[in-house]
Design a protein around this ligand. Structure first.
Ligand code: GUN
Length: 306
């Protein structure tokens, strides 16, 4: 089975748009997402563009703050503080990776947790760990949504995660151990120091790969019948393509598809789900801001994945 993230995201986005349209019909303003892009990394610019396009399609307001590569830490933090204080901004994302002179952890800590639609702030990650309503990081949340959309039963299964990044590997390993419908897995988190990696990956009922090394996982490393989620998205020069590159995942798709029971394609697997999750988080931030205005206090009862 092909776990097509484009189809799943389109379906979920349609539902989210219907909910949003009810708010707009009542005369409420649209949700507003602000993306900060530092410098001129081509891949980062493409991802931010895709996020902004998705905002426009669903009816959100979106703004890109494109700052020069040599923007100082203090200037970047000043922009974030201004956005934190702006009542018309619901969600803030700073596209990673950042130039070397910027201390990423300070940037993550500077974003108001109520506007942290990437779910990177420790307050939000901590809430996720103890299963409180929060903004889940977009890619892990997208993986949960994708497994749910295709009704993949993961409870009690052995999940092996390859890669321990703060954005994907670490949070997805925690989320899948939670007592939830898409959860209750036994999780092994592997990384660059793991010995005999293939002995671990071969035991995985659910294999999640997020290390950014093209075609790193080959068919012989996969258990027959496993479900494979490929988070990798590396640009490889390809003169046959108009763009000059093709996008390659961390899993050798052609080999893996012969042995696994389900797999995400690259592109159009996890990528569109990350974008959907970002839209959903932005909508949650917006709803919470509206509720704070009316002192209603929503987000107490989680409806989908938090
Ligand atoms: N860079 C790679 N993935 C992400 C993401 O989910 N959010 C942000 N802000 N930057 C990223």
């Amino acid at each position: 089975m092909l776990l097509n993230g484009k189809i799943a995201a389109q379906s979920l986005q349609k539902k989210l748009k219907a909910t949003l349209d009810l708010r707009l019909e009542k005369g409420l303003r649209a949700p507003h997402l602000v993306a900060i892009l530092l410098g001129n990394d081509g891949a980062s610019a493409t991802y931010v563009q895709a996020k902004m396009k998705a905002c426009q399609e669903i009816g959100f307001k979106s703004t890109v703050l494109h700052l020069p590569e040599n923007t100082s830490q203090a200037e970047l933090l000043a922009h974030i503080h201004a956005l934190n204080a702006d009542a018309q901004t619901d969600g803030i994302l700073v596209q990673l990776p950042l130039p070397k002179h910027i201390v990423e952890k300070q940037v993550i800590l500077a974003i108001d947790p109520k506007k942290d639609v990437d779910g990177f702030h420790p307050e939000n990650l901590g809430r996720a760990v103890i299963h409180l309503p929060t903004f889940l990081p977009a890619t892990p949340k997208g993986i949960l949504e994708l497994l749910s959309f295709y009704q993949i039963d993961v409870q009690g299964k052995h999940c092996v995660v390859v890669g321990r990044s703060h954005i994907v590997g670490t949070p997805i390993s925690i989320l899948l151990t939670r007592n939830d419908k898409i959860g209750n897995c036994t999780v092994t988190l592997t990384h660059s120091h793991t010995q005999n990696l293939e002995t671990h990956t071969r035991m995985a009922d659910l294999l999640i790969v997020a290390i950014g090394k093209p075609n790193f996982i080959t068919a012989d490393m996969i258990k027959p019948g496993a479900v494979v989620i490929d988070v990798g998205l590396t640009r490889i020069a390809d003169e046959r393509k108009k763009s000059g590159y093709s996008l390659v995942g961390d899993v050798d798709f052609e080999g893996a598809k012969k042995i696994c029971s389900a797999i995400t394609p690259v592109p159009f697997g996890v990528g569109p789900m990350t974008i959907y999750s970002l839209l959903h988080n932005t909508f949650l931030a917006y709803e919470k801001a509206q509720d704070d205005l009316t002192e209603k206090g929503a987000l107490e009862e989680p409806s989908v994945f938090f």
